[in-house]
Design a protein around this ligand. Structure first.
Ligand SMILES: NC(=O)c1ccc[n+]([C@@H]2O[C@H](COP(=O)([O-])OP(=O)(O)OC[C@H]3O[C@@H](n4cnc5c(N)ncnc54)[C@H](OP(=O)(O)O)[C@@H]3O)[C@@H](O)[C@H]2O)c1
Length: 325
């Protein structure tokens, strides 16, 4: 069996979670890491047992041994870095939000297609088994016809530089709100008629707290909330005319409770044992590479693009502008 050598670009917080994940996976090797600082890369490589440490992202992409590159940098840098990797023929798993805006996403996806290189968005909830179970439960009719959905995700992350600064494509929407939009998309699909929203801006001009309502063509409605100040309960509730599905932690579903017509819990589904949950997106990337696919069925390019466009529209209505827009 081939062992896939993984390279990580950016030695920050989420790169550590990926390093932990790779350490517990089968068929992958913690191969290389790259940082803008060689010293930082070497320190990270030593700590997490990677074979190679590079002082520039390009050197890592030039390494012929690297099979898949995970991009773990601020949103503002994904476009340029993913494009560089694709140009060198390297498959890419790129952290959410995929890019800073839809124009960048369109250009990047077109380039990957032209070069015939695989790329997918590391929006990990899309690849989790329990996320797929939620879709199955909705379609089974267990809660009758679904009509409404509410989901919230908030963490007190306003102190972080990459959240504060428009140049780093900061704000709640691209960092946290993106999970609520993906939760709604997985449950209610893509046929949105219109959006209404309200937003509180931070002093730096990025969006700090927001309410978003999605109205679907078939009469469904989703209410989403996120904030970079609060610590919310992260619940997702999908209501039909015969019951509800209550999802604990839409950021990484832990359990789904099925509530029946009489408000009794009729079933509970739990997430399977996992390393961190990040492994599913890595296995999905490897599956796609092995099968010669340019995208993953778990997060099709069309979905990445649709959600980037949705976020552009929301930001525009709030007056949140990034220099790269
Ligand atoms: N899936 C999840 O659960 C999850 C959770 C948190 C974040 N994320 C995503 O992961 C990505 C990185 O988030 P993080 O929390 O790991 O970020 P971070 O720790 O702040 O930064 C990650 C790396 O990006 C580079 N970087 C940081 N600031 C930069 C700047 N001003 N200019 C250029 N490069 C800079 C640095 O790489 P070097 O110094 O090593 O070159 C840094 O180590 C984001 O896309 C975020 O949305 C995902």
């Amino acid at each position: 069996m081939k062992v896939y050598k993984i390279g990580i670009i950016g030695c920050g917080r989420i790169a550590q979670k990926m390093a932990t994940t790779l350490g517990g996976m089968k068929g992958v090797a913690r191969y290389a890491v790259a940082s803008r600082s060689k010293e930082k890369a070497e320190h990270f490589a030593r700590e997490w047992q990677f074979a190679k440490a590079y002082g520039s992202y390009e050197e890592l992409a030039n390494d012929p041994e690297v099979d898949l590159i995970y991009i773990a940098t601020p949103h503002s840098h994904h476009y340029e870095q993913a494009r560089m990797c694709i140009g060198k023929g390297k498959p890419v798993l790129c952290e959410k939000s995929f890019t800073a805006n839809a124009r960048q996403a369109e250009s990047l996806l077109a380039y990957a297609k032209e070069k015939g290189v695989f790329i997918t968005e590391a929006i990990w909830t899309r690849y989790l088994p329990l996320s797929l179970k939620i879709q199955e439960l909705i379609h089974s009719g267990i809660i009758g016809t679904p009509y409404t959905l509410s989901a919230n995700l908030s963490y007190p992350v306003s102190y972080k530089e990459r959240i504060q600064r428009p140049e780093l494509a900061g704000g709640a929407l691209l960092d946290i709100g993106v999970y609520t939009l993906n939760f709604a998309a997985m449950a209610f699909g893509t046929e949105i008629e219109r959006m209404e929203s309200s937003c509180l801006l931070a002093d730096t001009g990025v969006d700090a707290q927001e309410n978003i309502t999605l109205f679907y063509k078939d009469g469904k409605m989703a209410s989403l909330q996120s904030s970079i100040y609060a610590k919310s309960d992260r619940m997702g509730v999908i209501s039909g005319d015969k019951g509800q599905l209550i999802v604990e932690n839409i950021n990484c579903p832990q359990s789904v409770r099925v509530i029946d017509d009489d408000y009794n819990v009729s079933a509970v589904y739990y997430a399977p044992q996992c390393i961190t949950g990040f492994e599913y997106q890595v296995y999905a990337s490897i599956e796609a590479i092995e099968k010669g696919w340019l995208e993953s069925p778990y997060m099709p390019h069309a979905e990445t693009l649709r959600i980037m466009r949705q976020m552009d529209e929301l930001r525009k209505s709030w007056g949140v502008v990034f220099p790269c827009d």
